[in-house]
Ligand binder design. Sequence first.
Ligand SMILES: [Zn+2]
Length: 318
Amino acid sequence: MSVRTVLGDVDPSALGTVNYHEHLFQVSPLLAGDEIDDESRSGEEATLLRGSGFAAMIDATPYGLGRQPAAVARISARAELTVVGSTGAHREAHYADDHWLRGTDAAARAALFTADIRDGMPAAETSLAEARGERAVGPSGEPVRAGLIKTGIDYWAITGFERTTLEAAAAAHAETGAPIMVHLEFCTAAHEVLDLLVGLGVAADRVVLAHADRDPDPELHAELAARGAYLGYDGIARAKVRSDAELVDLTAALVESGHSDRLLLGGDVARRSRYVAYGGMPGLGHLGARYVPRLRRQLGDAAVDGILVTNPARLLAV
Ligand SMILES: [Zn+2]
């Protein structure tokens, strides 16, 4: 078993503490003015994340959202932060009406996703030809491969575009074994998207439901965890929506109901205006510096090490 990182394959036991969801680059018409697109600033942010106690992160930026695989690999090497890159596609709303990905069917998308994992991510992806063309090169001349397949659905809806991506993800998963992350809107349609993936031959325990905590319902989460799916908690530091206290309680409830082996923790800070190196707050260092110690005090080291170390290593191992 090994984990495919942007700098090569590593033993799962060597990963250490993993932040399961951040973005070193992200550009989307949905997030105009909040672009994360500067290598040196994103590199500073990666150093803050490393300094806050995380040894590794999943970069959850898929096709069409400004991911820069070669720059991600350089940042990973400089910051000494292990990074697992993503292939796949986000929910439909992130793609302009004329985006080339809309013109691809499930077979074409599956071929792109599989190539990203096996051969490396493309150097550029502003067209289908580029996406199928030259591969990105890391600091030591190696291809920069993806280790996870990102997908996404809408609020109580799975659009045709999103279903095509899920079909492609299932096919690429069958070829490569790479796990699948599903972006959920407020944890809606979680059972439905799991049903769809299971129907396509994907085991539920190869799926992580991102942003599950946007509906902090311990009973719903226990049901999803009992099916085998991983729950991604990444809504920390959003006091306008809910207090971190509620997320600590939610985590404690899942640990208490016996599902601590399904939990993952990330920051998904994801906006230029929230990155210290771009002039904002609280930055990628916040989760490790402020929230993780609180979780350790409340839940103990064994549960938290399971969430940060054991669970992501199990999910990412192929
Ligand atoms: Zn994200």
